[in-house]
Ligand binder design. Structure first.
Ligand code: OOG
Ligand code: MG
Length: 271
């Protein structure tokens, strides 16, 4: 034992770095630009960074899936499905206003969310997964990579909780309806910026829920009743614009949206 030096291991160091970057809304340099960190290590960093949030009083509320659509894979240049952990501190109310200084370089993407009425153990079919769903809602995810220029390797983005930063849920609806090809429009100030379909999410968003159940169970954190699962972006993500109103309209499921506060004047960097 060496007194006076940090006893933190590499996993905890990286978790502290990323958690600190999220809290300070300040980007960090890539720490694994060659993508050499094993995925198990990357997920361990993610778990340790979430543990820091839970220690500050946030609650675990679910899972988010990433790179479940070709649009997102192409936009970010990565092709493996990943997942991240959602906490209560990330939820933004439908219709609320978000302040940009809270983020490094936020983007928004249209998703669909499930809330569970029963746990899922991880080897379910789509029909079995659907039977555990209490309700579905249109949802928006605010992603905010903690890496400079929103550029990262696969282990880096996994360690960074899949860029997860905020999520907004619309009204809940009965899941026993067509979900596999719902048209959707994401608009800024009433102008459509992306048009798509839930079919973009692994061909059917229930496949994303099945994957979430499998991956969570494999990580010894099986999906719980009451948890929310965000299925992944159906279109490319868009930069948030100061002073704008972001809205998602989804066929059969209604709208969800939020406001972006206008850029503050007279507040310099590092304020
Ligand atoms: C990683 C997160 C991907 C999704 O829905 O595909 C994601 C990123 O794009 O920064 O949330
Ligand atoms: Mg997403």
């Amino acid at each position: 034992m060496s007194q006076g030096t940090s006893t933190m291991n590499r996993t905890d160091e990286l978790a502290a770095l990323l958690d600190g970057a999220a809290q300070a809304a300040r980007a960090v340099q890539p720490f694994d630009p060659e993508g050499r960190l094993p995925m198990t290590e990357a997920y361990a960093v993610q778990a340790a960074s979430i543990a820091r949030r839970l220690a500050r009083g946030e609650r675990r509320v679910g899972v988010k899936m990433g790179f479940t659509s070709r649009a997102k894979m192409l936009q970010m240049g990565l092709s493996d499905v990943i997942w991240g952990r959602l906490t209560s501190g990330m939820q933004i109310g439908d219709g609320d206003t978000v302040a940009l200084p809270r983020y490094v370089h936020p983007r928004v993407e249209p998703e669909i969310a499930f809330v569970l009425k029963r746990p899922l153990v991880g080897d379910e079919t789509a029909a079995q997964a659907l039977a555990a769903v209490e309700a579905v809602a249109p949802a928006l995810e605010i992603i905010d990579s903690r890496f400079e220029n929103f550029r990262f390797t696969l282990p880096e983005v996994v360690a960074d909780n899949a860029s997860s930063s905020g999520f907004v849920l619309g009204g809940w609806h009965d899941p026993r309806q067509e979900l596999g090809n719902l048209g959707l429009v994401m608009s800024f100030d009433g102008r459509a910026v992306h048009v798509g379909s839930t079919a973009a999410i692994l061909g059917h968003p229930l496949r994303s829920l099945v994957a979430a159940a499998r991956l969570s169970a494999a990580a010894d954190e099986p999906l719980q009743a009451g948890w929310v699962v965000m299925a992944g972006g159906a279109t490319p993500a868009e930069w948030l614009v100061p002073g704008s109103h972001v809205q998602l309209e989804m066929q059969g499921l209604g709208n969800v949206g939020f406001h972006v506060a206008p850029a503050a004047e007279g507040h310099g960097e590092g304020a």
